[in-house]
Structures are given as structure tokens and as C-alpha cells.
Design a protein. Structure first.
Length: 501
């Protein structure tokens, strides 16, 4: 830990409530399009070795002025992409030293550090683009939503399918009443494609010289380094990632959240393969119940069940789908909307939507588009349109800005729903449907005395031809542990700014 950086950021956190919004004068009121060098954003990247490199490539028409990563070997390719950019291990030091010359920050660190970087950047008046899932916890999502509103910066979550044409078509189909009132939705992914269901490694492994392990841990509790945590494999570990649900639902459920005007679910229940204290399970099923919403002009919005499947679990095949057809058109995942007058099936990101049975498409007239399309998005989710639309929003003044569609006012509540489902998986040994008070971020039917049992050890060996099992459990107070998972305790030196009132 760097003492100067810690000291400055603890002080900044204490004073964050008195901070003010800074809109770079170089970009105030500029229109998006061809830009002279003086009109370009100065962008800093935090977490640049993996997906962050792709995000920066889609932002490279601007000035990439600073790069920060805890693993300089993993980040080396990106460092070479932008040889003039300043390099840092610690994002706090980066903001201390370069805050006056940075307009915007791209965040693509592991899930557990998204909130800290993003929140502090916003209190300094920086626009932020933060990868999905937006945060690791419900409280962090609420905090980022409120900070974005308070400081008036342009924001975007990195669920790039949100800028696509097809997600807009799905919304317009449903809003026009094409399948009547939607009463249930099924969503699935083939993830995880990284190791899960793991127990904490016990080997002593030396930390690579190119990795600052303490900075990787950030706000999470200390544990010894092991190569199974980073790079990339952090997604499967509870302390750093959110498993397949947290990773992929921000893509797959996006059309559902948008088209059905969802916010907070009222109930949730979950089941999975074996869940333990360290790592997400191999496969999960999570069922959310959302209360009725205000009816739209052409269709009602009744109570709806949204069911999530991952790790190979799939919904029952619709009877309208021909034999041999891949559910969702893509083996990687998809969506099935079930309405009172029909069904819509899509692949990932809401792409390739079709009515079921297919014959209904023959005389189907698409409704007149009502949602603005993002320029360049017709080239697909990897076109860079999502990043460029955020850049456009950054260059517009707060008073006249058209927000990017995955701005935090939308993606914050969406992400709350996603990571709350992660909690349902971890609390499943309560053996009940959990009732959720979204406004107050708490489960209402967990008592002070309720306990959960979670596997700590799961070993198997064959001795003289006989199987021997060693499965051990730990007991936790369910209310206390759920509150901790909703709002994490951070290590000293990593405090978040206070929640705006």
C-alpha cells in the first residue's frame, strides 16, 4: 500500500460530500463528429490487460493519457499500444497525480474493485465507462447510481449489446403488443467458461515481480497469492467476481429489463450445483418475481417471472420450436419471452429476434421504430458503437446531454437485480423464497436467528476400491452474512465515498 495515496484518498473520501462537479472546458458544448485535437477527451484506463484493452481500442480516436494496472506483464500489450500514456499500478495515485489532466476514466478491473475506482472518479468530476457487472454488490450499485446523478457526469456500463439495433427491436415488438402481455421470461448462457466450484488453494506460491498483489486485493480481505486468482480466473471466486450470473446476465437480461420496464424484484429463489464458501457453483437457476408495473399504451405490464439458467441448465423447449433447432439460435445463450398471445425467441444480446412459431414472421409487420438507433451499431456488439456513444455523451454539457442508454440511472438498478440474484444462490440453504425490499436493499423474511450451512471442504478419494467422502460445512448467521454481502466491509485505505442523501 502506498501511504501517500492512501492518505489522500481517505481524506478525499471524508470530504466527498462537499466535492463539486467538473465538466472539462475543452469539451463543453462540443458536438460529436470530427474533432480537432483540442476537442478530444483525455481518457485514463484502469484495468487494461483484458477487456479493457478492447474498450480502449474503441476509444482510441481520443487521447489515451494514462494507463493503470496491477499486473504490468498482463498489461504490457496495452502499454505498447499507447507508448506516450503515463503508467501506474495504483489508480488512487493516478488520480492524485493526473486528475487535472484527465476528463474520463474507463474501468475494466475485476468486479470487486469497480465501485471504488468509479465512485472516486465521479466525485472528481470524471466521466466513467465501467465494465459489467457494474459492481460486486447491491449497495455499490446504488451508490454509483446516486453519485452519477449528484455529479452530473456521463456514464455507461460496458454491456455493449445495449447499444445494438436488435435490443431496440425487441422492446418495440413487446411495447406494440406483438405477443400480448409478457408473464414469464427464460434466459440462459453456456457460461462459466472459467473454473468454478473451487476450494481455496493451500500451496505457497511466490508473487510474480510484475504483479502488485496487495493492489489486486484492494478492498477485499487479505489472502496469500495464488495463480488461480488472476489473471482472468478471478470471475469464479466470490471475493473478486460474481460467477456466470454476474458476468453474463448484464448482457442476456438487458432486453428483459428494458422491454418490461423492470426495477426491483419482489421475490427471488435459487438452486444450483454444490455451492461453497469460496467459489461460485458450476451451474445455477435463479427465479425472480417482479410486481406489476404501469401499463403501456398498447400492452399491459403484469407480474412477471424471470428465470435465469447457466452452466448447462436450460429451460424447457418451447413446443413451437422445430426439432433439431438450437434453442435461442446460438448455443451460447438466449432469451424466450412468453406472452398471452405468443412468444419471442432471441440469441445473445437480444439479437436475431423471431416470433414463434416461425410462420408468424411471414406476415408480421414490424412496428414503427420509437427508440433512437446508435450510429455504427448495425455492425454488431463489437463495433465500438457502445464506447463511442458514451464519448458523445461526455462531450455534451449536462443540461443538454442525451445520456448513453446504459447510463447508471438505468444500469445501476439493473445491476442491483443481477447481483441480488447472486445472493439468492449463496443463501439457498435457507430453503425458501426470499422476499426483497429493493428500496431499502434488504431481505425481509430472514430472521435474526436464521442460519445457513455452506460447504467449506468437499473431498473425495478411493481407498482400497471404496469411495470416501469428506464434506464439511460451516454455519453462518443468515441475516448478518446477507447484510455483509449486500454492503461489503472494505479493508482500511479503500473506503468508498458516502452515499448521497
Amino acid at each position: 500500500m502506498k501511504n501517500i495515496s492512501r492518505r489522500k484518498f481517505v481524506k478525499a473520501t471524508a470530504l466527498a460530500g462537499a466535492a463539486f462537479s467538473v465538466v472539462p472546458s475543452t469539451v463543453m458544448g462540443k458536438s460529436f463528429g470530427h474533432t480537432a485535437p483540442s476537442d478530444k477527451l483525455n481518457i485514463a484506463g484502469v484495468g487494461v490487460g483484458g477487456m479493457g484493452r478492447n474498450n480502449l481500442r474503441n476509444m482510441s480516436a481520443e487521447n489515451i493519457v494514462a494507463l493503470c494496472d496491477v499486473d504490468w506483464k498482463y498489461a504490457d500489450k496495452t502499454f505498447k499500444d499507447y507508448p506516450k500514456a503515463e503508467r501506474f499500478n495504483d489508480w488512487r495515485e493516478m488520480l492524485d497525480k493526473m486528475g487535472n489532466s484527465i476528463d474520463a476514466v474507463m474501468v475494466a478491473t475485476p468486479d470487486h474493485t469497480h465501485a471504488g475506482v468509479t465512485a472516486h472518479a465521479m466525485t472528481l468530476g470524471k466521466h466513467v465507462y465501467t465494465q459489467k457487472p457494474l459492481t460486486h454488490s447491491v449497495y455499490e450499485s446504488r451508490l454509483l447510481t446516486k453519485l452519477a446523478e449528484k455529479y452530473g457526469v456521463a456514464t455507461q456500463m460496458g454491456n455493449q449489446g445495449n447499444s445494438g439495433d436488435d435490443i431496440r427491436r425487441v422492446c418495440e415488438w413487446i411495447w406494440s403488443g406483438a405477443i400480448g402481455e409478457v408473464t414469464e421470461v427464460h434466459a440462459w448462457t453456456d457460461r462459466p467458461i472459467w473454473p468454478q466450484g473451487l476450494q481455496r488453494p493451500t500451496e505457497n506460491v511466490k508473487v510474480p515481480k510484475t504483479l502488485d498483489w496487495d493492489l489486486f486485493l484492494g478492498p477485499a480481505a487479505y489472502r496469500p497469492y495464488h495463480p488461480s486468482y488472476t489473471p482472468w480466473n478471478w470471475r469464479g471466486w466470490w471475493d473478486y467476481g460474481t460467477g456466470a450470473l454476474g458476468d453474463m446476465a448484464c448482457h442476456v437480461l438487458d432486453p428483459v429489463f428494458w422491454a418490461l420496464n423492470l426495477k426491483y424484484p419482489s421475490k427471488v429463489e435459487a438452486s444450483s450445483t454444490l455451492v461453497n464458501t469460496e467459489s461460485a457453483p458450476h451451474a445455477e437457476k435463479v427465479t425472480y418475481t417482479f410486481p406489476a408495473r404501469k401499463n403501456m399504451h398498447d400492452v399491459g405490464m403484469p407480474e412477471v417471472k424471470v428465470v435465469w439458467y447457466d452452466g448447462g441448465f436450460l429451460p424447457e423447449r418451447p413446443i413451437e420450436l422445430p426439432d433439431g433447432e438450437v434453442l435461442g439460435k446460438d448455443s451460447g445463450g438466449g432469451l424466450l419471452f412468453v406472452g398471452t398471445k405468443g412468444k419471442i425467441m432471441t440469441s445473445y444480446y437480444g439479437m436475431q429476434p423471431t416470433l414463434l412459431p416461425y410462420e408468424r414472421m411471414e406476415d408480421f409487420k414490424e412496428p414503427t421504430p420509437t427508440i433512437a438507433r446508435i450510429p455504427g451499431s448495425e455492425a454488431g456488439p463489437w463495433s465500438g458503437a457502445h464506447e463511442r456513444d458514451w464519448i458523445r455523451a461526455c462531450k455534451e454539457s449536462k443540461g443538454s446531454r442525451k445520456e448513453a442508454s446504459a447510463n447508471f440511472a438505468y444500469s445501476g438498478p439493473f445491476n442491483e437485480m443481477v447481483v441480488m440474484g447472486v445472493l439468492a444462490v449463496r443463501l439457498q440453504s435457507l430453503n425458501r423464497t426470499l422476499h426483497w425490499d429493493g428500496e431499502n436493499m434488504r431481505f425481509t423474511n430472514i430472521s435474526d436467528s436464521d442460519k445457513i450451512k455452506v460447504v467449506t471442504v468437499d473431498k473425495f478419494e478411493v481407498v482400497d476400491g471404496d469411495p470416501r467422502f469428506d464434506r464439511q460445512f460451516a454455519d453462518f448467521n443468515a441475516k448478518a452474512i446477507s447484510e455483509e454481502w449486500i454492503n461489503h466491509t472494505y479493508r482500511e485505505g479503500w473506503a468508498l465515498p458516502p452515499m448521497p442523501k
